[in-house]
Write a protein that binds this ligand. Structure first.
Ligand SMILES: Nc1ncnc2c1ncn2[C@@H]1O[C@H](COP(=O)(O)OP(=O)(O)O)[C@@H](O)[C@H]1O
Ligand SMILES: Cc1ncc(COP(=O)(O)OP(=O)(O)O)c(N)n1
Length: 270
């Protein structure tokens, strides 16, 4: 069984962060592991508070995984402060794992900040170079590239600017902000486009976490980058199409729709 690690924050309401990552790993048939970087008191409507795990404890969690288990891919999500970023980058340098997908989480969909604004330089200089794939959404890509993104052409330009900062591939996700759900990949040579119709739903909590974890799972399973993204795009689109009206705000996506769509038989006399 392929083994995939999430290094991210915990969303107690279950739709985003570590919880979304582990559900996504299970839905892909890979063995999921987690290093918790921050504990976030949040739900489908708001972020109440954030408590970071100490850098020393982040490092020890990463050591505990790597001294024992071969890791086939990593998804890195919310890194709220400079010390958290430095701890994770130090361990990436030490263990040099393959297939690192980094979702540079800055804000939750409800607008609440998940990253200290003063840490962006550290994110770009210390963390970004470890990314086999960086997956910013439009506001994150605007912050990183320093350009305004309003259409596909802007996405292409921003992707090139971000690629030049040192990641191996960049995928700008246009789901929430561009008319169609268009994502643009740039690998240093070519642009690739992944496009679906925009699904009219408010229940999109955790889409970015789920998408990046699906890509990491697919890379662990041996797919090439474009194929891993194409398959993950199909997965996230289905998960959004069948998203769950749970909570009072933006409900979560449905990670196990494919598993349950025909009715899971849980009878005992089989
Ligand atoms: N309403 C939607 N309909 C279809 N696809 C969507 C929708 N919202 C997001 N997506 C897709 O979900 C994935 C995650 O993107 P996005 O929601 O922009 O990330 P984030 O959660 O980081 O803001 C992308 O493939 C994006 O195109
Ligand atoms: C703990 C934690 N990590 C990341 C996020 C942001 O997740 P994302 O997939 O971008 O989903 P939205 O917050 O935009 O719905 C989070 N909320 N919590």
């Amino acid at each position: 069984m392929k083994k995939v690690l999430s290094i991210a924050g915990s969303d107690c309401s279950g739709g985003a962060g570590i919880q979304a990552d582990l559900k996504t790993f299970s839905a892909h048939g890979v063995f999921g592991m987690s290093v918790i970087v921050s504990v976030v008191a949040e739900n489908t409507s708001r972020v109440i508070d954030i408590q970071d795990i100490t850098p020393d404890m982040i490092e020890k969690q990463i050591d505990a995984v790597f001294e024992d288990i071969e890791v086939d891919a990593i998804k890195i999500g919310m890194l709220s402060t400079k010390p958290c970023m430095e701890a994770v980058a130090k361990k990436m340098e030490e263990y040099k794992p393959k297939n690192i997908v980094i979702d540079p989480v800055m804000y939750a969909k409800n607008g609440c900040s998940l990253m200290d604004d003063n840490s962006i330089e550290t994110l770009l200089k210390v963390v970004l170079p470890y990314a086999d794939l960086l997956t910013p959404n439009i506001p994150e890509a605007e912050k990183i590239s320093n350009i305004k993104i309003s259409n596909k052409e802007d996405m292409k330009i921003a992707a090139k600017i971000i690629y030049e900062m040192g990641c191996k591939n960049v995928l700008i996700k246009g789901g929430y902000y561009i008319e169609n759900a268009l994502d643009v990949l740039y690998d240093g040579k070519e642009h690739y486009y992944f496009e679906t119709k925009r699904i009219d739903t408010k229940n999109t909590h955790g889409t970015g976490c789920t998408f990046s974890s699906a890509i990491a799972s697919n890379l662990a399973l041996g797919m090439t980058m474009p194929t891993a993204i194409k398959q993950a795009k199909e997965y996230i689109t289905t998960a959004i199409e069948h998203s769950l009206d749970i909570g009072k705000g933006n409900g979560p996506t449905n990670h196990f729709y494919d598993l349950y769509k025909n009715g899971l038989d849980v009878s005992e006399d089989k």
